[in-house]
Write a protein that binds this ligand. Structure first.
Ligand SMILES: Cc1ncc(C[n+]2csc(CCOP(=O)(O)OP(=O)(O)O)c2C)c(N)n1
Ligand SMILES: [Mg+2]
Length: 320
């Protein structure tokens, strides 16, 4: 991969982290109602999206995919407008929870926190493409908790039977809110479920950009050759509580919380890029400054914007 491209990807990771931290802070100041942080999932999402073609492929996402949304072309301003429920929010017109709605410009299907619903929907999209002889691949993202829902089994089973061009990408952070993996399932990993569907299931370290990229690329090639679906399980760390309404110190041990920082994927990626001669300490310092300025300017702009008018409350509603 070209050095210039790797620098762009690193910058997206930095923007995502700085914006995510800012939104968490805005919540603590009473200015953003609720937030689900993507901290810890950034590099997994960036490695994966790099192996796809956003002008050709379809993305069915869930609420913890802040970085992926930025990588696909949503802007920091759009993200802030969504979290602060300001007039002109492109995702739901400021009518829904943050990280809900759809994004017409970057062609994101309607996403929500209704766990696992996106899985059968993605299979339907892939089936439509296959029936229409389209060359697209559909990728659907979900958490470990979603893997325990019936929708997940139905989607994987159907996709396998019909050799559909779909990738099931699980971001396994080991928790469904407060419920640890061992209380969600009696197997050690989600990828091993692939044997029940007779499809490949691959586990990958979600902090290693290059492994995620290669693994996703292989799954894309398989789908494009008509060989059917793949399950990818990316092991990541959820660095913050489930949402701003949660307190993970109530259910994670102090040593678990202390050690998870070692799996923060951004410093890991940073060190890989230094070793490859893509960036140096000076570049990192300058890029971090630039990113903070982008986040500050976007926050100031969006904070000054108006909330939707009460007169429009029932716009697009059946009650209107
Ligand atoms: C159908 C449904 N059941 C339960 C919930 C409540 N809920 C919201 S997020 C969540 C945990 C999902 O965990 P996981 O799939 O591992 O994703 P993560 O948040 O860890 O990224 C639950 C149970 C919901 N929103 N929808
Ligand atoms: Mg989880």
């Amino acid at each position: 991969m070209e050095k210039i491209r790797l620098r762009e990807i690193y910058k997206t990771a930095l923007i995502s982290r700085a914006l995510d931290e800012r939104i968490w802070m805005l919540n603590r100041q009473g200015r953003a109602a609720i937030a689900a942080s993507g901290q810890g999932h950034e590099i997994s999402q960036l490695g994966c999206v790099e192996a796809l073609d956003s002008s050709r492929d379809h993305f069915l996402i869930y609420y913890r995919q802040f970085t992926l949304m930025l990588a696909l072309g949503t802007t920091p301003e759009e993200q802030l407008r969504n979290f602060l429920a300001k007039e002109g929010d492109i995702m739901s017109g400021a009518r829904q929870f943050p990280l809900h709605g759809s994004h017409p410009r970057v062609d994101l299907f309607s996403f929500s926190n209704v766990v696992a619903t996106q899985l059968p929907q993605a299979v339907g999209v892939a089936l439509a493409d296959k029936m229409n002889d389209k060359d697209s691949v559909t990728i659907v993202f979900f958490g470990d908790g979603a893997a325990s829902q019936g929708d997940c089994h139905e989607a994987m089973n159907f996709a396998s039977i019909h050799d559909l061009p779909v990738i099931f990408f699980c971001e396994n952070n080991g928790y469904a809110i407060s419920v640890p993996l061992e209380k969600q399932m009696n197997v050690d990993n989600i990828s091993s479920r692939s044997s029940a569907y007779n499809i490949p299931g691959i586990q990958v370290d979600g902090t290693d950009f290059f492994s995620i990229y290669e693994t996703t690329k292989e799954a894309v090639d398989r789908a494009k050759k008509g060989l059917g679906p793949t399950i990818i399980e990316s092991k990541v760390e959820r660095l913050l509580p489930h949402t701003t309404d949660d307190d993970h110190t109530k259910y994670r041990s102090a040593s678990d919380i202390e050690h998870m920082i070692e799996r923060d994927p951004i410093p890991i990626f940073e060190n890989q890029l230094i070793d490859l001669g893509v960036i140096n300490k000076k570049d990192i310092e300058l890029m971090k400054k630039e990113v903070i300025s982008i986040v500050n300017i976007s926050t100031d702009k969006v904070e000054k914007e108006a909330f939707p008018s009460l007169d429009n409350m029932l716009l697009h509603s059946d009650l209107n």
